[in-house]
Design a protein around this ligand. Structure first.
Ligand code: BTN
Length: 324
């Protein structure tokens, strides 16, 4: 952290609720007023709320809500998921850390959570916008004893668990767009990226990356995302506790995961279909090489989307962007 930032934060700490003028801060720190202003803007971007009053100056009215592993653990109702949490302030991608940790044989259910990702990974080689203190950026390590081909089922299971957690924490009713986008009012609030690490035909680990837009305001999203993305806070009209949502997700995920290991995919598939926005509708599936239009008939037991085009031909879609 820069010397100016440290002195600025010290000054605000000592001032409590008293306003400090730009000139006072500049003199105290020994820098220009422009430098003070620049650092104040940086703090705002990090989630600090600073009140500015003409002829008085600035004061801190709210600090960013950090998620701490202790805060999540308090009240956690699981035996496996989230019992072991790695919390990072800033990382390239939680997926990368999860992969390294999974090679060190950390227990199943280990979760890596970061306040910010500098190169968050999305599906289909896209990036995932992961600004500081606003969302939930986490990766979950699983080691199920299932055949490789069944791994995509866990992505669908994750989507159902997120829907249940959002319902519980917000009272809103999200929809799932195949394969794993969670929508509120037609806009994406959550993305899931599943990465599989296997040797021969044995799963070493499945890393489920989850990005939930929680407390962003619309202007926090890059302009090109503003039409299609949203956050829980925007849709609910109030800020949410990220730690509470994480705990709720762990609880719902564990419940569904145990059900899955005992009874297989069928009960999960029913739950998934109950929340799916796309089934029965005419969709456009944009794959890396092709665009297929047709009616979504459902998903297979492996989570593959079944589309019937206008000639009656049945397509199996393994990976695509869907336009409803
Ligand atoms: C998508 O494109 O819809 C999937 C987005 C997945 C984003 C999450 S955020 C936590 C984890 N770490 C990453 O780098 N990506 C996933």
């Amino acid at each position: 952290m820069s010397e100016i930032r440290i002195k600025l934060l010290d000054a605000f700490t000592n001032a409590g609720e008293t306003f400090l003028s730009g000139q006072y801060l500049a003199d105290l720190i020994g820098c220009s007023r422009t430098a003070v202003w620049k650092h104040i803007e940086e703090l705002r971007k990090e989630g600090f709320e600073l009140e500015a009053v003409r002829n008085k100056g600035y004061r801190v009215v709210k600090t960013p809500e950090r998620i701490t592993a202790d805060e999540i653990r308090l009240g956690l109702q699981t035996n496996l998921i989230g019992r072991n949490i790695y919390y990072e302030e800033s990382v390239e991608s939680t997926q990368i850390i999860a992969k390294l940790l999974s090679n060190e044989n950390v227990p199943e259910g280990t979760v890596i959570i970061a306040e910010e990702q500098l190169s968050g990974k999305g599906r289909m080689n896209r990036t995932w916008h992961s600004p500081k203190y606003t969302g939930i950026w986490m990766s979950l390590i699983l080691r199920p004893n299932i055949p490789l081909t069944k791994a995509p089922q866990l992505t669908l299971l994750t989507a159902v668990a997120i829907v249940h957690a959002i319902e519980e924490e917000t009272g809103l009713q999200p929809e799932i767009k195949w394969p794993n986008d969670i929508l509120l009012a037609g806009k994406k609030v959550t993305g899931i990226l599943t990465e599989l690490h296997a040797e021969a035909d044995r799963i070493h680990s499945i890393i489920i990356g989850i990005g939930i837009n929680v407390n962003q305001k619309m202007e926090d999203f890059p302009r090109e995302l503003q039409e299609k993305a949203s956050s829980l806070a925007i849709e609910k009209g109030e800020l949410m506790s990220r730690a509470g949502l994480i705990r709720s997700f762990f609880k719902h995920f564990e419940k569904l995961y145990m059900l899955y290991l005992e009874q297989g995919f069928f009960p999960i598939k029913l739950l998934w279909e109950g929340h799916a926005v796309s089934i029965g509708k005419i969709l456009k599936a944009r794959t890396l090489t092709n665009v297929i239009e047709g009616k979504a008939l459902g998903i297979t037991d492996d989570g593959v989307l079944i589309l019937e085009d206008e000639t009656g031909y049945i397509h199996h879609i393994y990976s695509a962007d869907i336009e409803v």
